[in-house]
Structures are given as structure tokens and as C-alpha cells.
Ligand binder design. Structure first.
Ligand SMILES: [Fe+2]
Length: 175
């Protein structure tokens, strides 16, 4: 049986790993957002919301760094770099095929929900680790991800209609 001090160290270490993983996740989010912002000139409302979320993502990474620093843990840039490379490969394999705005909208919705799950789990880990000052910072990031997921979900209908109109030159009948 590990003693209490060992258990506390283990929880701290699990929390620090979770924070570094979330930092790398946000690095990948920035790649996804940047790629979409470049491509979605025809969808100004979508582009401007993605731009806004890119700025939020920068602040989310800063919050994670702030928490890691408060625990005297360095942020892992190595792991971010490895994930970034993977992100670039994924971007190359995902070249435009005409319906990229739809596929990217699905990917964004999936990614935002992944981020929500990661932050919910991190909030629990912060509480186990006794890092009470980290909880409001993580909650704020989680709320931003939730707002982005809700927005993407609410816009999918219009994005699909606009895509059909652009692909066919004909506005779809009202549904
Ligand atoms: Fe996000």
C-alpha cells in the first residue's frame, strides 16, 4: 500500500501529465484552426469565429503554462513538437476535395468535444491534487470549448446549405 505522501505525489504527477497533454492538444487545435482559416474565405462568419477561437486557444495554452509553472513543472515543448508534426501529416493527407468545409466542420466538432472531455477530466484531477487555484482556469477553458462546440453545431445547417448552393449554383429548397 502506498502511503499518503506517495499517493499525493502520484496524483500531482498524473495532473502534470494531463496538463502537458492538454498543452499539446491545444497546439494541434491551433494547427487545425489555422488550416481552416486559410481555406474558408467563402465562409466569412465561420472564418471569423475560428479566428476568435484561435485567440482563445492561445489563452488556454497560457493558462496551462501558468498552472504548470505554479507547480514548478516545466511545460513540455518537445511533446507539442511531436504532436505538431503529426498534425502536419494529417493536414497533408486531408487536402481539399471539394467538400472540405463539411469534413472540416465534422472534424472541428469532434475535436471540440475531445477538448471538453479533456478539460472535464483535468478539473477532477486538479481537485484530487488539491490544486484549487487551477480549477477556475480550467473551467474557463472548458466553457470556451463548450461554446465553440455549440456554435459549430448550430451553424452546420447553414454551412451545408451554403456548400450545396456553391456546388450546384442552386439554393436548396427550404427544409
Ligand atoms: Fe477548442
Amino acid at each position: 500500500m502506498p502511503d499518503r505522501a506517495d499517493a499525493r505525489d502520484t496524483v500531482q504527477s498524473l495532473f502534470a501529465t494531463g496538463l502537458r497533454n492538454a498543452h499539446a492538444m491545444e497546439a494541434q487545435a491551433k494547427q487545425l484552426l489555422n488550416r481552416q482559416i486559410e481555406r474558408f474565405g467563402d465562409y466569412p462568419e465561420l472564418k471569423s469565429r475560428l479566428q476568435q477561437h484561435l485567440e482563445e486557444t492561445d489563452r488556454q495554452q497560457e493558462r496551462l503554462d501558468q498552472i504548470l509553472e505554479s507547480m514548478s513543472e516545466p511545460a513540455s515543448t518537445l511533446k507539442d513538437a511531436a504532436m505538431s508534426l503529426f498534425g502536419n501529416l494529417a493536414a497533408a493527407a486531408h487536402m481539399p476535395a471539394g467538400d472540405e468545409v463539411l469534413k472540416d466542420s465534422f472534424a472541428s466538432a469532434a475535436f471540440e468535444n475531445y477538448e471538453i472531455a479533456a478539460y472535464k477530466s483535468l478539473i477532477d484531477l486538479a481537485q484530487f491534487a488539491g490544486a484549487t487555484e487551477a480549477v477556475p482556469l480550467l473551467r474557463r477553458s472548458c466553457e470556451e470549448e463548450q461554446a465553440m462546440a455549440d456554435w459549430l453545431s448550430s451553424r452546420l445547417h447553414n454551412v451545408t446549405r451554403q456548400f450545396v448552393t456553391q456546388a450546384t449554383g442552386v439554393a436548396p429548397a427550404a427544409v
